[in-house]
Unconditional design. Structure first.
Length: 76
């Protein structure tokens, strides 16, 4: 039974953030359709959240070029 809790914890760790982003996006799309002017602002924030997360991760993961012999340039 110990292995099951480890698998459940791993599943939560892997799928929690994408699930929350999906729920926020769906909420934003429905808000834009159902709530009028207020829904438009909610939609801008919630539908833009995945774009902001991808940009944030891309900036954090981008390799730093330190010089001509940096590890990112080997093999090219």
């Amino acid at each position: 039974m110990h292995g099951f809790s480890d698998r459940a914890r791993l599943w939560t760790r892997v799928f929690a953030a994408p699930g929350l982003l999906a729920a926020a996006t769906i909420t934003g799309l429905l808000a834009a359709l159902l709530w009028g002017t207020v829904g438009q602002y909610v939609a801008w924030v919630t539908v833009g959240a995945p774009v902001a997360v991808v940009a944030w991760v891309w900036v954090r993961r981008r390799p730093q070029k330190t010089g001509p012999f940096s590890p990112t340039m080997r093999g090219k």
